[in-house]
Design a binder for this molecule. Structure first.
Ligand code: BTN
Length: 253
């Protein structure tokens, strides 16, 4: 039976049966000065939040609805790299269950084009220093295909649907927290380059034709690479475009 043997991530656990959003709780705790590595877990979220002001379907006891508080020493502009780091940690933990997942830029974990995991990173910085980064992660573990709301059925899936068996949420959580701590410690000691290199290998986006729905405009092209800040570089007819935020859909060939 696996045990949590991390040095700091998950040493303080705030567990809820029901919560509005674990990210909201984590931000409240972080503002009150909770230690780095504090995690918030819930069986169910009433108002689970996704990127770009979307919701996140979080049914009771079916998934891992988790937020982790980090207090990195690097400058605020490097915080987006925490999201890529979390995606790599997540891909490692999910792959260890036997699901051959990929990462869609910036941080969705997909299987066969359907979403298994979503990540929502929120930051609080003052002056030139990060106060905290909250990494919110939602993993569809044992959700039945029929349980997803109609509008999600074609775009979401769960580990149990892919594997045809239920998956231990505890084992998966422990594996994830270990991978997160390993990568976060590595980033602090050696920088992000090895993590970005692993992200590239796990990517389901690079080399693909993509439609980009940016904050201010939309365009199409080929996803070429990510730069050292984690921005997506897209080759368009007009030249190279850098995508810092927004949504990308990989076009069917
Ligand atoms: C996305 O894909 O748009 C991101 C989804 C993030 C969902 C997780 S579930 C735990 C944490 N709490 C939230 O309210 N959201 C994140």
């Amino acid at each position: 039976c696996p045990r949590l043997t991390t040095d700091f991530i998950g040493h303080s656990i705030h567990y809820y049966t029901t919560v509005s959003s674990t990210n909201n709780e984590a931000k409240r705790l972080a503002n009150e000065g909770c230690p780095e590595g504090t995690i918030v877990l819930a069986e169910e979220q009433k108002v689970g939040r996704g990127r770009l002001a979307r919701g996140w379907f979080s049914p009771f006891a079916k998934g891992i609805w988790l937020s982790v508080v980090l207090r990195p020493k690097f400058p605020p502009q490097e915080a987006p790299k925490c999201t890529l780091l979390a995606a790599v940690a997540m891909a490692r933990a999910v792959r260890a269950t036997g699901v051959n997942c990929g990462i869609k830029w910036p941080n969705d974990i997909l299987y066969n084009g359907k979403k298994l995991v979503g990540i929502l990173t929120e930051m609080n910085a003052e002056m030139d220093a990060i106060n905290y980064v909250v990494i919110g992660m939602g993993i569809n573990v044992n959700t039945d295909a029929s349980e997803f709301p109609e509008e999600l059925r074609d775009i979401a899936t769960s580990l149990s649907s892919v594997l045809g068996r239920t998956v231990s949420r505890t084992d998966l959580l422990i594996a994830l927290l270990h991978e997160l701590e390993l990568l976060y410690t590595q980033a602090g000691e050696e920088g992000f380059s090895p993590i970005l290199a692993e992200w590239r290998k796990l990517s389901a986006t690079l080399g693909q034709p993509v439609d980009v729905f940016g904050i201010t405009r939309c365009f199409s092209g080929i996803a070429l690479d990510i730069d050292e800040d984690g921005a997506l570089i897209v080759q368009t007819e007009a030249g190279l475009e850098k995508v810092i935020a927004g949504d990308v859909s990989v076009r069917a060939k």
